[in-house]
Design a protein around this ligand. Sequence first.
Ligand SMILES: [Zn+2]
Ligand SMILES: [Zn+2]
Length: 117
Amino acid sequence: MLETHIQDLNIQRLLGLTALDLYVPGMNFVFGEARLPGKVGVVSTYRLKPKSLKSIGILEERVLKEAVHEIGHMLGLKHCLNGSCVMYFSERLSDTDRKMTEFCDTCRPKVEMIRVE
Ligand SMILES: [Zn+2]
Ligand SMILES: [Zn+2]
């Protein structure tokens, strides 16, 4: 488990990236998961992949959004109801594609507070 691993390495936070499909009890699948708040999180590229190789750039953008989302959880942020905020919960790919790579005006100050501490 990542959590025991980073204790030895003296790392503050760690985000894993996997090509494997991720499941959480009670849900079909998730794009990512993180402790809230916590030191470890993981993002799966499995369901973020575009159908066509021509649109491979969109994979990078989706991974970035889900990575920022999981880092947000690790910092203690919960899901946001703003559909364009990166902390919006993506149930399907269209949710991920609609949201920004950034925090909304409500979530951003929370992140900035954490940075100051
Ligand atoms: Zn989430
Ligand atoms: Zn937000």
